[in-house]
Design a protein around this ligand. Structure first.
Ligand code: 13P
Ligand code: SF4
Length: 320
């Protein structure tokens, strides 16, 4: 895979110049920069729009820019390309994947579907275009419950690839679903024991969690939602302290929206920075600049797969 490097001429660029260069390139290319909340704070500050997966997909679907620069992970940029075949979609680092997408290869999901006939296939947007092409409906963490609730109660459902989100939907809707056994390496890392210790230390703090967390963490959460839902909750809640069980990048926006509130990252099991998504953090300001300067790495897709993957995304947008 290609990785961009700063050339000798570029090494004199300071971070401040990088910001100016990126903004100049944005104008020149008529580009829009879409960023997820898990990106580093400098990238979030530069972006035209920051959002959760659903909001980013909607922005990608409606943009009039010629170039979409996606500061996020591969499945997000790929979704933008599926929705905008005529536009150039750039991703600063092509290796910015996702453990959920990688844990669900299309040929294996295909076999799972064949082994369980008569099911509708709902896939979480954190999956490859090839998996989307095998699916009937795509969902995100912000609309999954709403989408499942719209299906007839006797409809049999396969849900892929996140077993934790799947279990959460089952609990919320009372529906039975066959679950693909995938998980997010970041959200599985939170330690329930350490969270309970933190709650004892900060008795007024609310525990807020992303539905990709394990059931044991979700069961003690005061609020569960997508990244945007968590952010909005912290801004509107009268509480002043929050233990945040999702990737730590979101805390930057939470603190910006509520400067006087306290945000405590939920601790991982080990003494590591495992609550940082290693894929999301592959994107840097340098790589953002280089991808815009060089017009690569670019997302490309087989047209046959794209057309098949488009249908379940459109279905999601209709049902959201
Ligand atoms: P959101 O759609 O909630 O932003 O989730 C994306 C993601 O990858 C969470 O790990
Ligand atoms: Fe994938 Fe987890 Fe990273 Fe989100 S946080 S992109 S689900 S690995």
């Amino acid at each position: 895979m290609e990785t961009a490097e700063l050339t000798r001429n570029d090494t004199k660029l300071s971070p401040l110049n990088l910001e100016e260069e990126i903004l100049a390139l944005k104008k020149k290319l008529n580009a829009v920069i879409l960023a997820h909340y898990y990106q580093e704070s400098e990238i979030q500050d530069l972006a035209d729009f920051i959002g959760d997966s659903l909001e980013l997909s909607k922005r990608a679907a409606s943009t009039e820019a010629d170039v979409i620069v996606f500061a996020g992970v591969h499945f997000m940029a790929e979704t933008a390309k599926i929705l905008n075949p005529a536009k150039k979609v750039l991703l600063p680092d092509l290796n910015a994947g996702c453990s959920l997408a990688e844990g669900c290869p299309a040929p294996l999901l295909k076999r799972f579907i064949e082994d369980n006939p008569g099911h509708i296939v709902i896939s979480y947007i954190n999956c490859s275009a090839a998996v989307k092409a095998l699916s009937d409906i795509i969902c995100t963490s912000s609309n999954a419950v709403k989408i499942v609730e719209q299906l007839p109660t006797d409809q049999k459902i396969i849900f892929a690839p996140d077993k934790n989100l799947g279990k959460y939907i089952i609990k919320k809707t009372g529906r039975d679903m066959l679950l693909w056994q995938g998980s997010c390496i970041v959200h599985e890392t939170f330690s329930e024991r350490k969270i309970l210790m933190l709650k004892a230390e900060y008795p007024k703090a609310l525990l807020i969690a992303h539905p990709e967390c394990e059931e044991i963490v979700l069961s003690s959460a005061d609020f569960i939602g997508s990244t945007s839902a968590l952010l909005n909750f912290t801004a509107s809640s009268p509480a002043n302290e929050f233990i945040v069980a999702t990737e730590e990048g979101i805390i930057y926006q939470m603190q910006k929206r509520s400067p006087d509130k306290k945000f405590i990252p939920a601790p991982p099991n080990a003494n590591c920075a495992c609550n940082e998504c290693p894929y999301m953090k592959l994107n840097t300001m340098e790589k953002l600049y280089l991808c815009m300067r060089d017009g690569k790495p670019e997302i490309t897709l087989d047209e046959n797969i794209r057309l098949k993957a488009l249908k379940p995304i459109q279905k999601m947008l209709e049902m959201s």
